[in-house]
Design a protein around this ligand. Sequence first.
Ligand code: BGC
Length: 791
Amino acid sequence: MAAAATALASPLDPQREAHIDALLARMTLEEKAGQLTLEAPADNAALGNPPAQPSAERADVREQLDHIRAGLVSGLFNGVGVAGKRRAQEAAMASRLQIPLLFAADVIHGFRTIFPVPLGEAASWDPLLAERTARAAAVEAAADGFHWTFAPMVDIARDARWGRGVEGAGEDVLLASRFAAARVRGFQGDGLGRDGNLLATPKHFAAYGAAEGGIDYNTVDLSERTLREVYLPPFKAAVEAGALSVMSAFNEIDGVPATANEALLSGVLRREWGFRGFVVADYTADAELVSHGVAADEREAVRLALQAGTDMALQSGLYRRHLPGLVAAGEVSRAQLDEAVRRVLRVKHALGLFEHPFRGLAPVGSAAAGAASASASASAPAASAAPGVAQPAAGGVDREAHRGLAREVARRSVVLLKNDGDLLPLNRAETRIALVGPFAGGPYELNGPWSLFAQHGRAIPIDQGLREAMADPSRLSVVPGCAIEAPLPGGLEAAVAAARQADVVLLAIGESEAMSGESRSRADITLPRAQMALAEAVADTGKPLVVLLRNGRPLALQGAVREARAILVTWFLGDQTGPALADLLFGEHSPSGRLPVSFPQSPGQVPYAYAHKPTGRPAPAGYPAPDYTARYLDTAHAPLYAFGHGLGYAPVRYEALQLDGGAGSRGEGEARLRWDGTLQVRARVRNAGSRAVDETVQLYVRDRVASVTRPVRELKAFQRVRLAPGQAVDVAFTLRRGDLAFLGRDLKTTVEPGAFDLWVAPSAVAGLQGRFWLEGPGAEAGPGRQEARAP
Ligand code: BGC
């Protein structure tokens, strides 16, 4: 795949810098504030586009075009279609300084082709797959004239009540960081100036997922240690992968809203990490500084946001309204304003917009389409191909081009939680199936939140997917049984009757699209009552039950759903939902997804993450736990299904763990990792069944004794292996001391010699356990605490 696009990581281009200097010298204060202003197209609704949220400033189309011609707008977001963008870009090119517009969009998990929601895709535990879907989305969106996506969302989510966990990669720092980097590489491809690539925006900086009570937009109050060790690493990974814009979050952290947080935006992001792109505020987040109570009015909000390092306002219109006055009054320095404008102009340059302002905007089929594309590619060759991803094309990408990739990723996102008595796979020729539940059929509720640009009716529902795969489709009966949140007249009776006629019941239940995503927090993460009643009624028939769970978050599974013989977590799989599920249910492929989030025993157990601390009174596994330990009275303090868990259609055995730190490194049964050495960790995984499976082998570590408390387990590496029936494969990992680093009491990165536990495991609660000793620098000495800096 393409190398990271690090356009601004390399030394700045002197010619472009000179061009920006010349522009800055000519720009009025109003034009500069305009370059820091992003807004929704005024004709959004008329074009049938997704509605913009309430906007602080409304303009009609003519007024907006006048603004653009006057150089008062930097870009537009979420406006679909080439025609509107072309008209807007023509207006920009008719402006005094001819600075091109940026076109942005929430391209979150696909553009026209809808892939699984990001949390589902993270269940593949395959960052390369995410890189490919991000590329495919970029190629499609760029063909619609977009330059910039508000993605990837890289917020760690450990509270299942929070609805936006669906947009990220789950609870784990390492897994989320790998996905963050992969998605940035996928969107930005082999260089921002090339066809088919989008500027990426890791968001929401930072700790947006740590909202109290799981309520979206709520207060975040956490230690700097947790901020740095848990919430910041995926952003750092995204920046290192070359992301050139970052979106500031709505929330406060420790009393300071992120959008006015100098320590975060200028300190961590720019000074510590060397970020050279620009920061865009989340939707009206600058204006919201007033509601937060840190700004007396909107004018002060603008001053605080800009001075903290928020370069661009999204939809509030406030930068344009207040910045010229603030600078004229000396409350914001010219240098500060110029720096923000410079950052935006640099990215416009990196995107090649000064040379090719109409990139991707030629009318379909026109001679100009070819010409524009040819001239763009003459200076910038097209992005290199990724498997299953179409080449960038002027005038649009073939609708069918990404179908195969969508099916593959949908299949690989599904997690098989249980499969008692090998109920699955089903026999496609003989089994009589009752497909029951509100998600059984119909082309809706398949895409999940944030599929703004999906084409209605394109996604293939479960019933259609199964029918097309069955030898005799008359063996499938489909009954909704209830609506998502309400009973249907006669629904239960019809479902029970269908179940009685069948050999197996597939129960398609879960959450609607509207139950997760922005502003979709749930206090009770169980299934709606009407669906539970349906599950109980169908289970009472005694027919074997397979639950097909549709969900945007971990759910607390109860009653007949929890007791079902088989459970598949299917998230929102997008376009290829039906075919992908048929592939798995009929055994064409074995399920291979692994949970990127823990599934709790009960709703009251969240927030929960496998990488929790031990406490001074750890409760032993099992329920009930003894008095005066860290436990609940009424449920086990363990997940129902752990992070990393997922089954295939064959049992996989873990055997023969070996740790080797090199010659002479083994003392008294304990392996040693030398300070500058490596520890080889090997284990054998054996397919003990009769079907091929993909196993994701996970390496966890626990630091037994350190100067600050450490989690009970932390994921350090993972590898996917394909195992033919009966096959055994040796899997090897290499650990170095840098893998054992953490923040010491002074919040500086450190590594401390001493004892570590290690697991080679199929999930965060299982596996082969070993132990090793990290020796201090130059230490021949045996055990004894030594401190050592500099990982
Ligand atoms: C969301 C962002 C999104 C933006 C623009 C906001 O409400 O928090 O994630 O990118 O809207 O649509």
